[in-house]
Structures are given as C-alpha cells and as structure tokens.
Ligand binder design. Structure first.
Ligand SMILES: Cc1cc2nc3c(=O)[nH]c(=O)nc-3n(C[C@H](O)[C@H](O)[C@H](O)COP(=O)(O)OP(=O)(O)OC[C@H]3O[C@@H](n4cnc5c(N)ncnc54)[C@H](O)[C@@H]3O)c2cc1C
Length: 313
C-alpha cells in the first residue's frame, strides 16, 4: 500500500511502542505504557474491525476460582502458588474497576456459585470437607472467608440442595468493559489501527521492522498481545483453547442472578438482560478445540442445550 507523506509521518513514524492485539491485555498494556512513559508514541494494531479475540466474546465472570478448581490447583501447585494466583485475579479485577468505574462496566457483585450435579456426590463431599481449610488459605486475600454453603434458592434440578458460593465474585458487561477500555486508550492519544494484521517482524540492533498485510514500518519496541494466536508470530509453543457460549431468548420473570459454575469449572452460566448465557464444554474434545478457527462445535452446542434444559426445566 502506498502511503502519503502525511499518513506515514503522522501515524507510522517515530513509534516508541507497538502493541499487537487490542484485547484486554493489549489495551491494558497500552494504558500502563502511557502511565510509565507519558510522552511515548504508542501504536496498537488489531487485525479485526473490532477486537476479534476472547475479550469481546467472553462470559464476563469476575471470578477467582471455584472451590473445586482451587482443590484441583492444590493437587499440582503449592499452597503459596495457589494463593498468589488467586491474589493476582482479585487484584486484577480491583484494578479494572478502579480504572474504568463500576457503572461503566456494569460490575455487579452478585456472588459466584458452584453447583454440583447429583451425580457428582463425591466431588461435592470433598469440597465440603475442605471448605474450612480453603477459606483459611484465602482469607488473607479477601479479608474475609470467601466460600460458604448456600441453599438452592434458584430451584435448579438434578443438583445438590446446596451450592458452594463465593461471596466476592461478580460479573461485568463484557461489551461495555471493552468499549470503556478503548475509550480510555484513545483518550491517552494512543493510535489504534483496525483491520491491520501483523504478519512478521525482524529485529535489528536499534529497532524492529514490522510487516503487516497493508504496510511496513519501524518501531523501537514491539509487544505481542495476541493470546491464542501468538504462535503465528512468536516461536513459542502456545496452544489456543477455543470456547463457546450460547445465549437464550429473553425469559420472562427470570429469577436467576449471579454467576454459576459446575463440573470443575468446565461449564458456566449467568444472567444477562433477562437471558441466560451458558458456556463451556471444551473438555468434550480438547484436541478439536485447540484451534484458532472461529466456529460452532455441534458436540458442544448439543451438550450446552441439554445441560441448560436439565437444570432449569
Ligand atoms: C467464550 C469465552 C468465555 C470466557 N469467559 C471468561 C470469563 O467469564 N471471565 C474471564 O475472566 N475470562 C473469560 N474468558 C477468557 C478471557 O476472555 C481471555 O483470557 C481474555 O479475553 C484474553 O485477552 P487477550 O487480550 O489476551 O486476548 P484476546 O482478547 O484474544 O485478544 C487478542 C487480539 O489479538 C488480535 N490479533 C491476533 N493476531 C493478530 C495479528 N497477527 N495482528 C493483529 N492483531 C492480531 C485478535 O484479533 C484479538 O483481538 C473467556 C474466553 C472465552 C473465549
């Protein structure tokens, strides 16, 4: 593509930092760079017409690990490592809320609930047995005990009479959150260019030459924030993990409110605008879901529909 003198000079010369990918990580990275280097010229390149990865497609759970996930983690990590992981999740959400404001992202602390299907009795018993010790472990992070038993007040079917709930979990409106983040980034005068795909980069001693589908330019530093697509640019063994959600039609007088997990976090659902959003099922075929292709898996779709019907009707 031939660029005019003005186009090149204004948008693509003297770039201090180029961030590839405008998902939640790329945008937060640009914000942080601006905080640290207020005079730096920051360019963000995004291949989609909107951010086109997980950040605009996710379920909007502000969650820190359900009790069965924590117990799973404790099997392969030390207590200190698990504490650190949960602490980072907690601090990340606090930072996001502080930066963007709760009303701009519709943050609601409605609580998170792990529900146990009747068939998962032994997992349920294990979680109950270890509830107090997990609370002890996480109390310093939340300044309170996060987990407690809660009656099945939403009358889900084929599940145990009590959920194990997390007091501090909440939900956000994913679209509003990304919109607010984009707004913040542009207010800081970072340059965001959409529909530009970075294809390759070559490092020299003083700078990096970046080749895109439309043009080539130089930058002093390059940050790749492309999540599951990273292996296309970096020589790293990063595997994508696709996920799928489905949304019901509006349901009159919907009482369900909050975020819910089950089957060790492989399935999850929440309320949004009088609808239920349900997702998960990657565990049905891990290999097939290790893909960067967008699309609907019929296997996952059928399972999600079936679970939703079983639990709610
Ligand atoms: C269905 C689903 C539900 C989820 N639910 C939750 C949840 O409830 N709570 C939670 O905390 N997390 C959830 N997640 C995970 C969360 O969404 C991700 O961890 C997060 O969005 C990752 O952000 P990111 O910026 O790293 O990646 P992404 O949002 O994937 O951003 C990467 C960006 O890079 C762009 N890109 C890729 N290659 C190039 C290139 N070569 N040139 C230019 N641009 C490029 C892509 O278009 C994309 O916009 C969910 C994920 C999915 C898929």
């Amino acid at each position: 593509m031939n660029l005019s003198y003005w186009e090149y000079k204004t948008w693509l010369s003297n770039i201090d930092f180029t961030v590839v990918g405008s998902g939640i990580v790329g945008l937060n990275c640009a914000l942080r760079l601006h905080e640290r280097f207020p005079k730096a010229k920051i360019l963000i390149l995004e291949k989609g017409f909107l951010p086109q990865g997980a950040s605009t497609k996710n379920a909007g759970f502000a969650c820190f690990g359900s009790i069965s996930e924590i117990l799973d983690d404790l099997r392969s990590h030390s207590e200190e490592q698990v504490q650190q992981l949960v602490k980072k999740r907690w601090q990340g959400i606090q930072l996001l809320r502080k930066k963007l404001g709760d009303s701009n992202i519709d943050f609601q602390r409605l609580g998170g609930h792990e529900i146990f299907l009747d068939k998962d009795g032994s997992l349920y018993n294990e979680c109950l047995e270890k509830l107090e010790s997990v609370n002890e472990l996480l109390q310093p992070i939340f300044q309170g005990k996060p987990f407690f038993e809660k009656k099945n007040i939403f009358n889900f079917n084929k599940v145990k009479d009590y959920y194990i709930s997390h007091k501090f979990e909440g939900q956000v409106h994913t679209g509003k959150m990304m919109h607010a983040l984009l707004h913040r980034v542009q207010k800081n005068k970072a340059i965001l260019l959409n529909a530009v795909e970075v294809e390759e980069f070559i490092e020299n001693e003083t700078n990096i030459t970046v080749k895109t589908n439309l043009f080539e330019f130089k930058t002093k530093k390059l940050i790749v924030a492309t999540n599951g697509f990273a292996a296309n640019l970096l020589n790293e063994s990063i595997k994508p993990a696709r996920a799928q959600v489905l949304l019901t039609k509006p349901i009159e007088n919907l009482m369900v409110a909050g975020t819910f997990h089950f089957e060790r976090g492989y399935y999850y659902f929440r309320n949004i605008d009088n609808r239920i959003l349900i997702g998960g099922g990657r565990n049905l075929d891990f290999k097939a879901e290790e893909t960067i292709e967008f699309g609907v898996s019929e296997l996952v779709q059928n399972r999600l529909e079936c679970l939703l019907r079983d639990i709610t009707t």
